[in-house]
Write a protein that binds this ligand. Structure first.
Ligand code: G3P
Ligand code: CA
Length: 258
């Protein structure tokens, strides 16, 4: 096609702010989500787990050690204990006082303003987490097809099958770690019976994989780009979206060259 390509043919890549704009602010906090919104990302990606007393909380690791000033296992702490922690200082003193959020708080603050890519993190540790997530969405009327972009994904594919049954109108995604490098067309077809997205580790993405995922009727949002070079490689591979810590790396929409 060369250089004469109209604007309509330009690629629109979906910009997903991984744990919020986590390159700029402490991951999974209000500050990181607000920053992603200000930077005009298409989605914030959030990690949902459950406290000992059954509150849905937003944190990536199974312990609070890395991203707060406390220590302990998320599922063994009450919400009150989790809420007392400082989830910002570890990143920079500028963010002292950021709190661990509830799932409901994130939905209420950002629904309709920015897409929300909900990851069920280690759902096998939290029996009933799919039902609780569904409850929060249904309560807010977010379970029906509408303009508010909400997608649910997990590394735990059984959990996604279950969630799809609870929320049949919402799009779901399977996240695929490095061991899925040789995913077959048959496996993709099976995922496509309940999933709309196949979201792999960026290091295993090839042209062939992207084509196969599209062939199966799904979209592909690889994770996690942390440099401009990595984002450019994914653009070239014709992915549909990029999960990145640096929203600014995904503004550039190159022209499709095929
Ligand atoms: O979008 C997928 C990505 O968030 C999965 O990796 O470990 O950062 O949750 P992780
Ligand atoms: Ca995640």
């Amino acid at each position: 096609l060369g250089s004469v390509v109209s604007v309509q043919e330009q690629q629109k890549i979906i910009n997903v702010a991984h744990r919020g704009a986590s390159g700029h602010a402490p991951e999974n906090t209000m500050a990181a989500y607000q920053k992603a919104f200000e930077m005009k990302a298409d989605y914030i990606e959030i990690d949902v787990q459950m406290s000992q007393d059954g509150e849905l909380v937003i944190i990536h690791d199974n312990t609070v050690d890395r991203t707060t000033n406390g220590t302990g296992t998320v599922g063994e702490m009450t919400f009150e204990e989790l809420r007392q922690l400082d989830a910002g200082s570890w990143f920079s003193e500028d963010y002292a006082g950021e709190k661990i959020l509830t799932f409901g708080e994130v939905l209420d603050a950002f629904r309709g303003k920015i897409g929300i890519l909900i990851e069920l993190k280690s759902p096998e540790l939290y029996p009933g987490v799919e039902e609780k997530v569904a409850e929060e969405l249904i309560k807010r009327n977010l379970h029906k097809p509408n303009n508010e972009k909400v997608v649910i994904q997990s590394f735990n594919h059984k959990s996604m099958q279950k969630s799809k049954e609870l929320l049949p109108s919402l799009p779901h995604g399977v996240i695929a770690g490095p061991s899925w490098a040789n995913v077959t067309e048959e496996q993709l077809a099976e995922f496509a019976t309940y999933a709309d997205y196949f979201n792999p580790n960026m290091n295993i993405v090839t042209h062939e994989m992207v084509d196969d995922v599209h062939e199966a009727g799904m979209k592909i949002y690889p994770y996690t780009s942390r440099s401009q070079e990595q984002a450019l490689r994914l653009f070239d591979l014709n992915v549909d979206g990029i999960v990145t810590d640096y929203t600014e790396h995904v503004y550039y929409h190159p022209v499709k060259n095929h």
